[in-house]
Write a protein that binds this ligand. Structure first.
Ligand SMILES: [Zn+2]
Ligand SMILES: [Zn+2]
Length: 118
């Protein structure tokens, strides 16, 4: 199901194969909005390495139990070619992300309702 101009609900589904949120239900609309703004700002496809995680899969990948991923409010965005992690994080900031995490593979963004940076 199309959630925004460039994002489909399947991109937000749990990667463990449980089918969690693959119909788009439960994916936070504000998260989709932030990612869509980032996509349009950058002008290149954004690959989500992970968005929703069911509690079992979250535990499996070592996520903290109250991870935003479990609530459908977070996505891990892979670094697009030609960008640095700092640049991608700046775009996330401009596009209204609440939580932003810097990683070697890219940036974690979430819409937890208050600012968090790590
Ligand atoms: Zn799952
Ligand atoms: Zn994350």
């Amino acid at each position: 199901m199309k959630l925004s101009e460039h994002f489909n609900s399947s991109e937000f589904a749990c990667k463990c194969g449980c089918g969690g949120m693959d119909n788009g239900a439960g994916v936070n609309p504000k998260l989709v909005q932030v990612l869509e703004r980032m996509r349009q700002y950058i002008g290149k496809p954004l690959v989500l390495s992970c968005a929703y995680r069911c509690p079992a899969h979250n535990a499996e990948v070592g996520g903290v139990s109250n991870s935003q991923h479990v609530f459908g409010t977070a996505a891990d965005v892979q670094l697009p070619e030609g960008m640095t992690v700092d640049e991608l994080a700046q775009v996330a900031e401009k596009c209204g992300a609440d939580g932003i995490g810097w990683y070697t593979w890219g940036v974690h963004v979430d819409v937890r309702g208050y600012a968090a940076r790590w």
